[in-house]
Ligand binder design. Structure first.
Ligand code: CMC
Length: 431
């Protein structure tokens, strides 16, 4: 953040107030309103935070108009094409690409933390068998603070580091356990000889009765899904993690709060909602009916997996993932899968429809990730847990950045109050 010596003048009730302007390294200038209430006695009003920077950050930059996503300056398409998930995790956490030795050390640290406390198995068994895996994740990740007491003191940098590694390492194990539990299969322990993505597939699809070989094309596609979801600056769940941590809460509780936020269909739940929509459409000949409904203002139906709050040109993550979707569908074939046929046809129809073109509604990352995960054999209920485990590094990186910032203070938005003004209590017999 540079102080540009630029400022804006606000005229209010005959008084003028100078508001400093900060220039970021990329993106629009930012008006500093921190002293506004103290000086002018007014709040600003911005429901949904469409015009508000809630923090400064050096981790991720998005230019929604250009369709650009950078992590520590590196474009996402280069990272997805040349790097891999754990290297991107290192980059997000520590700010620079690792040397070979640093990467080896980091991978070893993550790999050695993939097992969960054995007592956690009992904790899982307390959930109803048909619990949604996201419900299980919210509970189990929050409960990590009850299992790992030695990494909850946020004032200790070493404990913050251990908590970060634990979260990144154990989330795939917990997500896979939630899945296995929901289908009544035994939990599968992690294998340290497999890489992060292949190990996750192993923990989800292995059964004791037979050998499971991880297909390298599927492992690569899985790794790409993880990489493309790793961070996305101050989105709803990340802002939730930051707000929760601003009170000094422990990292496991804060990440559980982020998971709860991510679950919603307007955020991470969109990939599940998208596949459910494809199932509802059911066959290619019904696509025009659903396109018409999506355009009808009196119908609340929206095409799930289309549109984005920030990207108004193209979602760069979707561009990369479309290639992966094509590779996976080529490998597994879609001839026998009507759902995937509907997805392919819907994509083309919407991309050529004037309504979607004019409103800049492109397929987003959730559209393609849903297709790939469906083709891999994941049930829709696992889509958001997979987004969750991928995003954990983003939450943790943003959390670490915030805690290390001496300016960090508790998040406390104000409001535009429209309720009753003060009135006297009425005794119950007089109401
Ligand atoms: N289908 C049909 N119309 C749409 C859609 C859609 N998916 N998305 C937006 N519109 C229309 C909307 O009706 C509005 O029309 P009008 O200007 O005539 O009122 C216009 O486009 C702008 O929509 P908005 O709701 O003001 O845009 P927003 O920035 O508030 O919403 C969104 C962004 C992602 C919530 C929205 O596009 C949406 O609901 N998409 C479907 C859900 C989805 O795929 N979400 C995943 C987002 S990517 C993953 C993540 O980051 O979590």
């Amino acid at each position: 953040m540079t102080d540009t010596k630029k400022s804006a003048t606000l005229s209010l009730n005959g008084e003028s107030y100078e508001l400093p302007i900060f220039s970021p390294t990329a993106g629009p200038d930012v008006l500093d309103i921190r002293k506004l209430y103290g000086q002018a006695g007014v709040f600003t009003y911005d429901p949904g935070f469409t015009s508000t920077a809630s923090c400064d950050s050096t981790i991720t930059f998005i230019d929604g108009d250009k369709g650009e996503l950078l992590h520590r300056g590196y474009p996402i398409d280069q990272l997805a094409g040349k790097s891999h998930y754990l290297e991107v995790c290192y980059l997000l956490l520590y700010g620079e690409l690792p040397t070979a030795a640093q990467l080896e050390d980091f991978e070893a640290r993550v790999t050695r933390h993939t097992m969960v406390h054995e007592q956690m198995h009992n904790f899982f068994r307390g959930f109803r068998r048909d619990a949604h895996p996201m419900a299980t994740l919210v509970g189990v990740v929050g409960a990590m603070s009850a299992f790992y007491h030695d990494s909850t003191d946020i004032s200790d940098p070493w404990q913050r580091e251990v908590a970060s590694i634990r979260l990144i390492a154990k989330l795939p194990t917990i997500a896979a356990m939630a899945y296995k539990y929901s289908i009544g299969q035994p939990f599968v322990y992690p294998r340290n000889d497999l890489d992060y993505a292949a190990n996750f597939l192993h923990m989800c699809f292995s059964v004791p009765a037979e050998q499971y070989e991880v297909n390298p094309i599927l492992a690569r596609a899985m790794d790409r899904i993880f990489t493309l979801h790793a961070d996305h600056e101050q989105n709803a769940s990340t802002s939730t993690v930051r707000l929760a941590s601003s009170s000094g809460a422990n990292p496991f509780a804060c990440v559980a709060a982020g998971i709860a936020c991510l679950w919603g269909p307007a955020h991470g739940g969109a990939n599940q909602a998208c596949l459910e929509m494809l199932k509802e459409i059911g066959s290619v000949d019904r696509i025009p009916e659903y396109i018409a409904r999506a355009k009808d203002k009196s119908d609340p139906f929206r095409l799930m997996g289309f549109g984005h709050r920030v990207y108004k040109n193209t979602d760069p993550r979707a561009t990369v993932l479309k290639q992966s979707a094509d590779e996976v569908l080529d490998l597994l074939g879609i001839e026998d899968n009507p759902l995937l046929q509907v997805a392919k046809e819907l994509e083309q129809t919407a991309l050529n429809d004037p309504y979607f073109i004019e409103k800049k509604l492109f397929p987003n990352v959730d559209f393609y990730s849903g297709i790939i995960l469906e083709a891999m054999g994941f049930p829709t209920s696992m889509f958001t847990p997979i987004f969750t485990l991928s995003r954990t590094v983003g939450w943790v990186s943003q959390w670490k950045e915030m805690i290390a910032d001496p300016q960090n203070k508790i998040g406390r938005p104000r409001q535009l109050y429209l309720g009753e003004t003060a009135r006297d209590y009425i005794d119950i017999e007089n109401r």
